[in-house]
Design a protein around this ligand. Structure first.
Ligand code: HAM
Length: 425
């Protein structure tokens, strides 16, 4: 019986995974520089955590969650995102004590039952950041600056940071009513979906992807024109701070995000190199979520980026992203050489070298082909004659040159050859 992977789910194989590891390493470096520490979260949670935080009237909760009843009758959901779990953990572990800004990052798989297409999967990976405990606009700007710095280090081009403000508990309800009234005049022109959700979630009409709706949305009232004085000042401060670090951004009045917990600053990073699924990253401020789950008042700001989409737009050509290259590949010819090379590989690894070897005992030619394929820096040839003479043959796989090395001197010689700049060898 042939069993294949589930639709919208994919394996990340050796050869590809090195790119992921490289991105993750840079992410950790950048995040640590800004004071963020890793948090590891469960992959499943109680369903209510997601339905209440993301919002009952969102696509994620209405149509996309992987929900099941476990053997004890509990409703469980495979996490569609990480923010809700961070909020739950923050409250559960009283991370607000002592009071300070808690800065965490996470990475791992998320699950959404969406229609699979290029850049859209049912299991996908996110890297996310959450800064919890301040409403100071400095954190909004700092987190977005961090993101731009991360993208710079990855060599990303053709990405655009788009920002908007969704207002707060004071001004948003008033804006919602203004928007609903304006939408009512267009209901017969808007798509089925917008007609259904405009009562419960009118803001989503603004980012409907149907072309005719997009044209209508352009002329609907915008959040940024209906902000209260405090939100207006706050949004201006965010922009001034971004300007002060010369962080490029554009204002995107139709950006409303697909999750309900946002207030004030929201943002997305889009890539012109991607098709319809062009959002690499999305996030923003969520100031009341912790309180909604009975935690103390804790304004927060964060984002998550989609790894598959990110990886697909990084220019990897000419980048040295793979660390899985062996220092040496042992080629052994004959039975005695085989057992010698097993012990030698063990010794070399204990000395800190990365070692691979042949296991099948083929011809010299076929073993050298394997050495080549392993991208090993050196090949070590161990044959009956070499053993008898107390030497090994060491081949530099890049230069193509070969030298005889006395067996007892072999480890210091290899160390020397690996550390000496290539043009001196
Ligand atoms: P989100 O916009 O739903 O936000 O997802 C963030 C990113 O995850 C998207 O920009 C996209 O790159 C990626 N993504 C989402 N769905 C898929 C999919 N089906 N296939 C591939 N990639 C996908 C959140 O998840 C929020 N929790 C972000 C956040 C953190 N806000 C505050 N803190």
């Amino acid at each position: 019986m042939k069993i294949q992977s589930i639709r919208g789910v994919k394996d990340i194989l050796p050869g590809e995974i090195e790119k992921w590891q490289w991105v993750e390493k840079i992410a950790r470096n950048v995040f640590h520089k800004y004071g963020f520490k890793e948090i590891r979260l469960p992959i499943f949670e109680k369903t209510q955590l997601f339905s209440r935080s993301i919002g009952e009237a969102t696509d994620i909760v209405e149509k996309e969650m992987y929900t099941f009843t476990d053997r004890s009758g509990e409703q469980i959901t495979l996490r569609p995102e990480g923010t809700a779990s961070v909020v739950r953990a923050y409250i559960e572990h009283k991370m607000y004590n002592p009071p300070s800004v808690v800065k965490v990052y996470y990475l791992g798989p998320m699950f959404r039952y969406e229609r699979p297409q290029a850049g859209r999967f049912r299991q996908f990976y996110q890297i996310g950041i959450e800064a919890m405990g301040t409403d100071n606009p400095v954190i909004d700007a700092e987190v977005m600056t961090l993101l731009v710095e991360f993208f710079r280090q990855l060599g990303l081009k053709d990405v655009e940071l788009q920002i908007n403000s969704l207002g707060c508990v004071d001004c948003r309800p008033k804006y919602r009513e203004v928007l609903k009234t304006a939408i009512q005049g267009h209901l017969d022109e808007l798509c089925e979906n917008c007609n259904q959700r405009y009562e419960r979630n009118p803001l989503r009409v603004l980012d409907c992807k149907v072309e005719r709706d997009r044209q209508i949305a352009k002329d609907l009232p915008k959040t940024c024109d209906h902000l209260c004085e405090t939100c207006k000042t706050n949004f201006t401060q965010v922009q001034t701070l971004l300007d002060s670090t010369e962080t490029p951004y554009s204002l995107s009045p139709l950006l409303v995000r697909g999750l309900d917990y946002y207030s004030r600053t929201t943002f997305e990073v889009v890539s012109t190199g991607l098709g319809a699924q062009n959002a690499i990253c999305g996030g923003g401020r969520y100031d009341s979520l912790v309180e909604e789950f009975e935690g103390p008042s804790t304004p927060c700001f964060g984002f998550a980026l989609g790894m598959e989409r990110l990886i697909s737009v990084i220019p990897f050509e000419g980048k040295n992203y793979s660390e899985s290259r062996p220092d040496i590949f042992i080629v052994s010819l004959g039975d005695e050489a085989k057992s010698r090379s097993f012990k030698l590989a063990h010794q070399l690894r204990k000395e800190g070298f990365t070692v691979d070897q042949d296991y099948d005992g083929g011809s010299m030619k076929s073993q050298m082909r394997k050495a080549n394929k392993s991208l090993s820096r050196f090949a070590l040839i161990v044959g009956e004659n070499e053993i008898a003479a107390g030497i090994y043959l060491m081949k530099d796989m890049e230069a193509g040159s070969q030298e005889e090395v006395p067996a007892e001197n072999f480890i210091p010689t290899l160390k020397d050859r690996l550390t000496t700049p290539k043009n001196n060898t």
